[in-house]
Design a protein around this ligand. Structure first.
Ligand code: BTN
Length: 240
């Protein structure tokens, strides 16, 4: 049970369904900010860029949270904000460094253990987060663009998901509050410290570059043949 473990605003109201198509569909946008929907298994889990997000029943944390950010904030920064919060929680649980691969993948040992999907409409954002917790290697998607991992494949420990989700919601709330007050600028140093692509060889549109960093607007800066290229959105591949 997650509800007795909740310490902050996020997770109220809390909706749990054993099975759903996607937790992204379960939150009415008229609910209060911080409303959360959680499922044990999704039959049509959504990833970024039209991809599927799959996890065997009961192995992953699959949830969505409703956000109502102030109009002056750039909503597209929210996947980075959420990625930072997930990385903090994962690192705390594992005792292993977690990094953020721009714009939204949480990485441990060069494998993606969590992803974030932000869907905006009418000034509200439904932020969907999937964390691979207890999957064994053979339960992870075979054909993923970024090699997948789970907390279990990282350290061989099977974990209860409820306390992890409660920690995650608190971390998300705290990171979101910092962003709401100060924007991405207030998280700039933390972002830099967790930047997976910095200094890595990157492939984009048939070109090769080296990651410089994430700028104060959340864009990716890449050095391509000595020129600074700014990537606003999308995804990049890195050298494995
Ligand atoms: C990605 O990395 O492509 C984003 C993955 C987001 C997956 C989560 S799981 C909970 C929520 N419901 C969905 O259908 N998708 C998000």
């Amino acid at each position: 049970m997650v509800e007795p473990l909740l310490e902050g605003r996020f997770g109220r109201p809390y909706r749990y369904e054993h099975e759903c198509e996607s937790t992204q569909q379960l939150l009415d946008r008229s609910l209060d900010e911080g409303a959360v929907a959680v499922c044990d298994v999704q039959t049509a889990g959504r990833g970024r860029q039209g991809r599927r997000w799959q996890a065997p029943q009961g192995t992953a944390i699959l949830f969505s949270v409703l956000l109502k950010p102030p109009a002056e904030r750039a909503q597209q920064e929210l996947s980075l904000v959420a990625g930072l919060a997930v990385a903090d929680t994962v690192e705390g649980a594992l005792g292993l460094a977690a990094q953020l691969k721009w714009p939204n993948d949480v990485m441990v040992n060069r494998r993606k253990v969590a992803g974030v999907l932000a869907e905006a409409s009418d000034g509200t954002v439904v932020l969907g987060i999937g964390v691979n917790v207890n999957q064994a290697r053979e339960q992870l998607p075979a054909e993923a663009t970024v090699p997948p991992g789970s907390l279990y494949t990282s350290d061989g420990v099977r974990r209860e998901r409820a306390p992890l989700l409660a920690d995650l919601l608190l971390s998300l709330e705290r990171t979101y509050d910092v962003w709401r007050e100060g924007g991405l600028n207030a998280l700039y140093d933390t972002l830099g410290a967790r930047d997976f692509l910095r200094g890595r060889k990157i492939f984009l549109d048939g070109r090769t570059g080296v990651g410089i960093g994430i700028d104060r607007s959340g864009r990716l800066e890449v050095d391509v043949d000595g020129e600074r290229l700014i990537v606003e959105s999308g995804e990049v591949r890195f050298e494995r």
